[in-house]
Design a protein around this ligand. Structure first.
Ligand SMILES: Nc1ncnc2c1ncn2[C@@H]1O[C@H](COP(=O)(O)OP(=O)(O)OP(=O)(O)O)[C@@H](O)[C@H]1O
Ligand SMILES: Nc1ncnc2c1ncn2[C@@H]1O[C@H](COP(=O)(O)OP(=O)(O)OP(=O)(O)O)[C@@H](O)[C@H]1O
Ligand SMILES: [Mg+2]
Ligand SMILES: [Mg+2]
Lengths: 249, 249
């Protein structure tokens, strides 16, 4: 039974892509088969696994509501649905509630025996994020410890609650503190707030670590570019924390 | 002759809002009259100057193409067009090229004797950013020193070039290195690339400084929350650098 995971946050630059890519790689490292779905016209997730793409194939597949284009990557066990700037056009298909079931139908027709499907979303509540929320059971929300970050999280919770009537399976699985600076007082203030708002769902933190900034430039996840680094350690720990809860293994 | 400035980057979390808010405050501090226009449904710029708003008034003004709602702020000389989550609906009015002249027409009808109008945009190339690009003469692009950040910058340049046929006055005034970590090698690598791509347009850097993360939570720009801080110093310097080039004074 394939598990579909969305990585969402309308707030920009909080670590959605870094999280989607590195969780996918960590799960693949333990022998899981993973499909990373890049739903961002910026194509950051694709670039982070070494794939440049204009997004035309994905746009076309969504338009015709057929199976999605899948490519393999250099990471054993990790496949990718690549994206690129042409996917921007899909924004025009989203008018109110119509058009948010398209990705779900496409995924149903996409053949593959993956254990996890993980969808990277852009920083907005438009077509791409809403489709991802409709298609998944498990939602991960990376957050950055800042006041503006907290504001984005509240808007995210509202959006997820409003979609529950159309996708009853949806559930906020975890809030992932990313780009954490533990020496800052604001880090601890925000961590207290997160634990209040989501008592059992705050994962171990992902520290700000330059190995995570550098990895995309090398087209590989951090467990390959910097095997022994805080970035690799932190994402491995969070991937296991999540696997216990989602994978039920 | 009022000067309209857009702060844009489809890449999330690079410091657009922090830059728009703090440049506006620094200019106001020198006696300029400034209008800060919040074009982001997340309302980050509004929050950063202490204003909570649902975005309905702005949405309505854009829909009817009339003068924009303007409020004063606690900062002398600084006014605000507030935004909020309801502004998301405007995304549906953007289909290809139609609907991108709306903000420009609204600004023409908005009475006020501001020296600078500075528009904060969301992390996307949709309705809000395209309207801002159509309405301005001067474009500021905050960038974060990372590979994914560089990729976003290239997509931004393409978008700005494509709009020049419809807005011949538009010009990339400056690229602003934000959230800079000078100890990182990747910082210097990216700075070299920026100076190659934009020889005369790279501003002094804005360093990563926790005073900038904390200021929005206090509803005031950093020159009020942390007068003597790297955050305040850096934005004052960049505001003067820009004022010489845009203000011509
Ligand atoms: N823990 C970390 N340590 C260091 N750098 C990080 C970390 N997490 C993310 N980054 C870097 O910060 C930037 C933003 O991260 P990322 O692109 O993953 O966020 P995002 O939420 O996907 O952004 P967007 O909203 O634009 O999609 C990237 O350049 C990334 O390489
Ligand atoms: N130089 C800096 N030092 C420390 N923190 C910063 C700095 N610049 C921005 N921040 C913080 O980083 C986060 C992202 O900044 P900001 O919201 O200004 O970026 P943005 O590009 O407007 O994001 P979005 O794409 O979501 O609109 C915020 O929490 C902000 O307070
Ligand atoms: Mg991303
Ligand atoms: Mg912003």
């Amino acid at each position: 039974m394939k598990k579909v995971v969305s990585v969402v946050n309308l707030k920009g630059g909080v670590g959605k892509t870094t999280t989607a890519v590195n969780l996918a790689a960590c799960w693949a490292e333990t022998g899981k088969k993973v499909l990373l779905v890049d739903m961002d016209p910026q194509g950051s997730a694709s670039i982070s696994v070494g794939v440049m793409n204009d997004g035309n194939e994905l746009l076309d597949a969504l338009q015709r509501t057929v199976d999605l284009p899948v490519v393999s990557t250099d990471v054993p066990g990790l496949d990718l649905v690549p994206s690129g700037i042409e996917l921007t056009a899909a924004n025009q298909w989203y008018t109110g509630d119509s058009g948010i079931g398209i990705l779900d139908r496409c995924l149903e027709q996409t053949e593959g025996d993956w254990d996890y499907l993980i969808i990277d979303c852009p920083p907005s509540l438009g077509f791409h994020t809403m489709n991802s929320l409709m298609a998944c059971q498990h939602v991960l929300v990376p957050v950055e410890a800042s006041f503006l970050g907290l504001n984005g999280l509240k808007q995210m919770v509202t959006a997820i609650k409003s979609i529950k009537s159309q996708n009853p399976d949806i559930k906020i699985e975890a809030v992932i503190p990313c780009r954490a600076h533990r020496r800052r007082r604001i880090h601890w203030e925000i961590m207290d707030r997160l634990k209040e708002m989501f008592p059992t769902k705050v994962t171990p933190i992902i520290r700000e670590n330059v190995s995570l900034t550098e990895a995309p430039g090398r087209g590989k996840p951090v467990i390959f570019t910097a095997r022994i680094s805080k970035g690799a350690d932190d994402y491995r720990l969070v991937s296991m924390w999540l696997d216990e809860r989602i994978g039920g293994i």
